[in-house]
Design a protein around this ligand. Structure first.
Ligand SMILES: Nc1ncnc2c1ncn2[C@@H]1O[C@H](COP(=O)(O)OP(=O)(O)OP(=O)(O)O)[C@@H](O)[C@H]1O
Ligand SMILES: [Mg+2]
Length: 363
C-alpha cells in the first residue's frame, strides 16, 4: 500500500476527519430543490483547515445526485469562465435531448479577463436560465462552487450573487457553495454587495479532535501493515493539534519513516513529526503572515509570551496600546484566520506552531 497521506492543498485526504454531517443540509437541499437553505453554503476557516476539500466533497455529492457542477476559483474573470461553462453544458444537454436542441445559447462570447459589462450580464443570465431550465426538466440542477473568494474584487461576486438570486426567484434549481478566509466572507456579508448571501449557511471549519486523529492513524497504519506503538500514534496525533494540513504532513512523514524501518523507534517518530512541523511552518505560517502588517506582527508577538490563550487586556499593556486599537486588530486577525476568539476578551492562535515560530523571531 502506497503512502495514503496527501499533504497538498486541495487534495482529498484518505479520511475526512471531523467533518461528519456538515454537508447534510446541502444534500437535503438538492432533494428539495430551488430556494432550499442548504443550497447556499459558505465555508470559512484558517489556511489549511480544509475549505477546498469541503468544496470537492460538495461537488462529489452533487454529481452523485446527478446535478451539474461548475467549479471555479475566484480569480479575475471567473464570471466569464463560468458563462462559457454554462453555455457548454447547455449545448451538451440540448444536443442529447431529442426535440430540445438548444441553438440560441451560443450568441456572443463572455469577457474572461474582467467583470462582465452590462450587456454580457444579460447574456450570462439568459445562458444560465436556459441551462437551469434544461436541468430542471430532468429533475436535477446546477451547483456552482467558488473557492478563495478572498482572492477577487467584489464586483464579480456581487454579479454572481445577483444572478443567483434572480434564478432562485424564478424557482430554478441552483446551489452556490463558497469558500474563503473569514475576513473575505465577513466583508462580503457586511458591505452589502451581496446582502442576499447573508441568508447563506456559514460553516466555520475548525481543527478536528485529537482523539479522532489518533483513531484514523491507528486504522490507516494498520491497513498499511505497520504496527506502531500506541505511544507513537498518540504523540503523532497530539503533534497535529487536529489541524488538517498537519494531519496529512505528520502522517506522510511517519509513513515514510515506517517504510524504512517497520519497527518505528520513538526517536524516528519524533524526527518525522519534527520534519512535518518544519514543513508546516514554511508553507502555512509564512503564507498567513505575509499579509500581516507590522502592528499585527507586534500583536501576534505579544501573544507569544503566553503559554496558552491570551487576554486582549494583557496584549494591550504589552504593546502599550489602547484597548480600542487592540480590539480592532483582534477583529482583523480573527477575520484573517490567524487568531480565533477563545471567550470574552480572550484569543488564541488559529494556526499551530505559530507561537513557536513567533518566539523564534527577533522580538
Ligand atoms: N477533514 C480532514 N481530515 C484530514 N485531512 C484533511 C481534512 N480536510 C483537509 N485535509 C487535508 O488538509 C490539507 C489542506 O486542505 P485544503 O487545501 O482543503 O485547505 P484550505 O482550507 O483550502 O487551505 P487554503 O486556505 O490554503 O486554501 C490537505 O492536505 C487536505 O488533504
Ligand atoms: Mg483552499
Amino acid at each position: 500500500m502506497d503512502n495514503p497521506f496527501v499533504p497538498t492543498a486541495g487534495s482529498t485526504p484518505p479520511e475526512l476527519i471531523g467533518r461528519k454531517g456538515l454537508l447534510d443540509e446541502f444534500s437535503y437541499g438538492m432533494r428539495i430543490g430551488s430556494g432550499a437553505p442548504g443550497l447556499l453554503t459558505i465555508f470559512t476557516g484558517a489556511r489549511g483547515i480544509g475549505k477546498t476539500v469541503m468544496l470537492s466533497e460538495a461537488e462529489d455529492l452533487a454529481r452523485e445526485a446527478g446535478w451539474a457542477v461548475i467549479s471555479e476559483t475566484a480569480t479575475q474573470g471567473f464570471m466569464g469562465r463560468m458563462g462559457e461553462s454554462m453555455r457548454r453544458l447547455a449545448n451538451e444537454l440540448g444536443d442529447t435531448t431529442p426535440g430540445r436542441r438548444v441553438t440560441s445559447v451560443s450568441a456572443a462570447g463572455f469577457s474572461i479577463t474582467t467583470a462582465l459589462p452590462p450587456a454580457e450580464q444579460v447574456g450570462w443570465r439568459n445562458t444560465g436560465g436556459q441551462l437551469l431550465r434544461l436541468l430542471d426538466a430532468q429533475g436535477t440542477g446546477l451547483i456552482i462552487t467558488v473557492d478563495e473568494i478572498h482572492a477577487t474584487d467584489r464586483t464579480e461576486i456581487s454579479q454572481l450573487a445577483a444572478s443567483v438570486q434572480h434564478f432562485i426567484r424564478e424557482g430554478l434549481p441552483i446551489g452556490l457553495v463558497f469558500a474563503g478566509l473569514p475576513s473575505a466572507v465577513s466583508d462580503l456579508l457586511n458591505e452589502g454587495v451581496a446582502t442576499f448571501l447573508r441568508r447563506a449557511d456559514r460553516i466555520d471549519l475548525h481543527a478536528a479532535a485529537v482523539r479522532d486523529v489518533e483513531k484514523s492513524y491507528t486504522k490507516l497504519f494498520a491497513e498499511g501493515g505497520f504496527d506502531l506503538s500506541s505511544a507513537v500514534v498518540h504523540a503523532a496525533a497530539e503533534a497535529t493539534a487536529g489541524y488538517p494540513f498537519l494531519i496529512q504532513l505528520v502522517g506522510y512523514f511517519l509513513w515514510r519513516e515506517a517504510e524504512l524501518n517497520p519497527v518505528l523507534t520513538d526517536a524516528a517518530a519524533e524526527a518525522a513529526i519534527e520534519h512535518a512541523q518544519k514543513r508546516n511552518t514554511r508553507v502555512v505560517i509564512q503564507a498567513a503572515l505575509s499579509t500581516a502588517s507590522g502592528r499585527d506582527l507586534d500583536f501576534l508577538k505579544a501573544m507569544s509570551r503566553d503559554e496558552g490563550d491570551s487576554a486582549t487586556r494583557d496584549i494591550a499593556s504589552r504593546m502599550g496600546a489602547s484597548s480600542s486599537v487592540v480590539g480592532n486588530q483582534r477583529a482583523r486577525l480573527i477575520d484573517a484566520g490567524i487568531v480565533e476568539p477563545a471567550g470574552h476578551g480572550v484569543v488564541r492562535y488559529a494556526i499551530p506552531g505559530l507561537r513557536e515560530y513567533l518566539r523564534s523571531l527577533p522580538q
